[in-house]
Design a protein around this ligand. Sequence first.
Ligand code: NAD
Ligand code: UD1
Length: 340
Amino acid sequence: MADTILVTGGAGYIGSHTTLALLEAGYEVVVLDNLHNGSSTSLDRVARLAGKPATFIKGDIRDRALLDELFASHSISAVLHFAGLKAVGESVREPLRYYENNVSGTVTLCQAMAHAGVFRLVFSSSATVYGEPSQMPISETFPTGVPTNPYGRSKLMVEELLKDLAASEPRWNIALLRYFNPVGAHASGLLGENPNGTPNNLLPYMSQVAVGKLEKLSVYGADYPTVDGTGVRDYIHVVDLADGHLKALQAMATRDGVNVWNLGTGIGYSVLQMIQAFELASGRPLPYQLVARRPGDIAECWSDASLAAKELGWKAQRGLAEMMADTWRWQSANPLGYAD
Ligand code: NAD
Ligand code: UD1
């Protein structure tokens, strides 16, 4: 019988693409999502693309009774844990909501998993846990740093608590996947990023400028010590990222304890390079202005992706042009996102 995977946050951006990849690979999937920032339409579309649905449970990872019932009624072999809040600015204004959702929520999830005898967990971490490294590219051997905001600290706290948990009980088998900058959308144009309100991240902001929803992009800082003065990041296609989760799940079957893997491409692009690539993909000019740096931003951040290549047999396949073309296809076909 196929393994059943619980995907928390499976109605969100990365979770929906990963749910699709799991279904396509033959897994059964149970999605738990409170729809705070996700959409059940994304799961309808996942079912259409996969030719079969995931089981959807609308609920919260902080709801222990619900989790106990879920684990009792489904034979779960592993949990992919995407559920959480991710808006950096909001985390500064409402830190307790972030610690409650991201940290306490993970504690409750782990308690319920242990109670049910499920010990395999993949956690959505972020390159933000490295803080501001003095050297590029960033490898997993680098020490974690000082994240600049409560969102980033919540990710680091969860990493630490998961390490403590694994040290206390050898049955835990945990992957900390440190994502660089996820972008792009499914090539069908049916799945993509659906930000609530004005986007904070570069690609959703650029897409909304291109469709005329926003007037122009502000480029935060043109005086960084980078190739053209603007910030450099490692953008990774969300479908490659989803595939990385499947490869991590497979690798965990023969590994113990906690494993940390960067999921990035190993290539950095500047904001101006991103604008140029987006204009090429969309065939539209992208109005922008150069403004002051955004507090908390670092100059550059890109991964050493060699450990995942070696240990997972995984390497991002999709280049910048494809990331942009897929983002544009999604945005132009769904100018209002999932509109629900
Ligand atoms: P997203 O907001 O699209 O997806 C998160 C999903 O979790 C949403 O569908 C939301 O409704 C759900 N959710 C939130 N709190 C919940 C709760 N308490 N109980 C149940 N469901 C809950 O975000 P995403 O971009 O898909 O990110 C997924 C994960 O990856 C997050 O943990 C995020 O912090 C992490 N991450 C994202 C990025 C990025 O740039 N997108 C980068 C690094 C790490
Ligand atoms: C941000 C978060 C990080 C989080 C990640 C994924 C901050 C400080 N960091 O990373 O914690 O894990 O998102 O959600 O918010 N840019 C512009 N104009 C814009 C938006 C962005 O010039 O309107 C620039 C930024 O300065 C940066 C690059 O584009 O150089 C990428 O920004 P963004 O998409 O927000 O990601 P990060 O800042 O890398």
